[in-house]
Design a protein around this ligand. Structure first.
Ligand SMILES: [Zn+2]
Length: 175
């Protein structure tokens, strides 16, 4: 690890919420280990801002906003896919062990545990992971190399398939 120690930490998150504090930062995409499985490339940064406050029931909360550009993997063609990350979410905070297991309020946001300090890097990564679509893929018809790759496999399997490409050269160009 290099750089200043733990810059993405919120000291006294409950005081931060009561004081309606505001903190901003920037995180390297490569610094979020659990995100890596979803990524085609780990370049770039995400910007986050966190705003403390109290909800209608006077419970301490954090409003989190995360933006950035991620390079995800397309589930269809396994090629990089640009994903504009725009995340706005709200979490309620409780000390460890006090988080309600069964919050009856259907409108209640997510609960997180917060102690003396809160690791914003983990929170941001958690929320990005929660907010990602289950399966990302290029828009219909935008997996550019898809047909060629499928064809390439067939061609390798059979000499007759290769002959077919010669006979139907226009097939992959239809709009
Ligand atoms: Zn694709």
């Amino acid at each position: 690890m290099s750089g200043p120690a733990a810059p993405h930490v919120l000291d006294d998150p409950f005081g931060f919420a009561r004081a309606a504090g505001m903190q901003q930062g920037q995180l390297a995409v490569s610094a979020m280990p659990r995100l890596q499985d979803q990524l085609a490339e780990d370049t770039g940064e995400v910007q986050y801002s966190v705003r403390g406050g109290l909800d209608q029931l006077d419970r301490p909360q954090l409003e989190l906003e995360v933006t950035g550009a991620l390079k995800l993997l397309c589930a269809q063609c396994a090629k990089p896919l640009d994903h504009a990350l725009v995340l706005r979410t709200r979490v309620l905070m409780a000390p460890p062990g006090v988080v309600p297991v069964n919050d009856e309020d259907p409108d209640s946001p997510e609960w997180i545990e917060a102690g003396q300090e809160l690791n914003l890097q983990e929170l941001v990564e958690d929320e990005i992971l929660l907010g990602l679509p289950l399966s990302v893929r290029h828009a219909e018809g935008h997996c550019s190399s898809e047909s060629q790759e499928a064809f390439g496999k067939k061609a390798a399997d059979s000499p007759f398939a290769r002959l077919a490409t010669l006979l139907e050269p226009g097939q992959t160009n239809k709009r």
